[in-house]
Design a protein around this ligand. Structure first.
Ligand code: UDP
Length: 331
């Protein structure tokens, strides 16, 4: 297969690139390096089946050529991260909607299968957990910029289904829950790399709110297996799938476990949401996926548990930033 990965220099995209190359696919990565980093794929340069274009996905001429030359598109390019969303909502909305529209339109021109990365954020603050793919979505008001991300990705999903219906575009929608692993940066808000770096520096771990909100963290390698498995399964076309772990943890407990596994002397500090993000910020209390759909179709379920994930991320940051090495008793 000749795969085109938009956002291939990002954290998830770079792991997907490696997995596809490993199984013998040809991979072209397109990335504008806005949040992705070239270092994430640098080690692949020179691989005979790997090529990359540093380019924005709204460049019609370039994308027309790249899409015409591939068999399948993994559309991962998007502006993500709660901090980025709150800081720069214009960029988030425009990148996510215009970028996806371009991919779907050109994909439809050449009838190429599109694997669209979406997000559990689209469920919003619904408290009916676990979330199944056809559940109702509950979003806050438009005056809270946080919800613009959920809306932008939901609009991408609507667009994908619209192109499927009217132009027979083969699409698969992948709703990713909190994905973590090596190469993820904490710069745009993601909690696990932030906590791990804070713990390794013996700095306080910044828990937002009361820390009783929960999430399910999924290891990136598991997520990539789900993506590849769905792309290989013709019956996945035209459907949407949750991809996530069902091991639920509160953010306070996550902080405790990170400190313990890193052998850190850090303390936990609690920061009100208004201070962490912006006045009136709304968070979701619980977020748990129902993964019956993907399990039934391709037999997928995550293999790495939360402690395994944390150990790997801690090892990654120790190696990536040895200067952080903190504590004489660290395991
Ligand atoms: N969070 C936190 N401290 C941080 C960063 C995030 O307590 O330094 C919280 C955040 O408020 C949310 C959870 O951790 O409740 C997960 O945040 P993240 O941004 O990783 O993903 P989200 O699930 O919000 O998309």
């Amino acid at each position: 297969m000749r795969a085109l990965i938009t956002g291939g220099c990002g954290f998830i995209g770079s792991h997907l690139t490696e997995a596809l190359l490993e199984r013998g696919d040809e991979v072209t990565v397109v990335d504008d390096l806005s949040t992705g980093r070239f270092e994430n794929v640098q080690h692949l340069v020179g691989h005979p089946a790997f090529r990359f274009a540093i380019e924005t996905i709204t460049n019609e001429t370039v994308m027309d050529r790249l899409i015409s030359e591939c068999d399948i598109i993994y559309h991962l390019a998007a502006a993500v991260g709660v901090e980025l969303i709150v800081r720069d909502p214009v960029r988030v909305i425009e990148t996510n909607i215009k970028g996806c529209e371009a991919i779907l339109r050109i994909g439809a021109r050449y009838r190429k299968k599109v694997m669209l990365a979406s997000t559990s954020e689209v469920y919003g603050k619904s408290n009916k957990v676990p979330f199944a793919e056809d559940d109702d979505r509950v979003l806050g008001p438009t005056t809270r910029s946080r919800w613009s991300y959920a809306c932008s990705k939901a609009m991408d999903e609507f667009l994908a289904f619209a192109y499927a219906k009217q132009l027979a575009l083969p699409v698969v929608i992948m709703r990713l829950f909190n994905t973590v692993g090596p190469r993820q940066t904490g710069r745009y808000g993601m909690v696990v790399p932030r906590f791990v770096q804070q713990a390794l520096r013996n700095q306080p771990l910044t828990v937002y709110g009361d820390g009783q909100q929960s999430r399910c963290f999924t290891y990136v390698t598991d997520v990539v297996k789900a993506m590849v498995g769905l792309s290989d399964e013709p019956r996945a076309v035209g459907r949407v799938f949750n991809i996530g772990s069902t091991e639920e943890v509160t953010i306070e407990e996550l902080a405790r476990r990170t400190i313990a596994l890193a052998g850190s002397t850090s303390e936990i500090v609690y920061i009100p949401y208004d201070q962490a993000y912006e006045e009136g910020f709304e968070d979701m209390r619980r977020r748990v996926p129902d993964i019956t759909a993907i399990k039934t179709l391709i037999g997928w379920q995550p293999e790495t548990d939360l402690d395994g994930i944390l150990r790997r991320v801690i090892a990654y940051f120790r190696e990536a930033e040895p200067a952080l090495e903190p504590h004489p008793t660290a395991p």
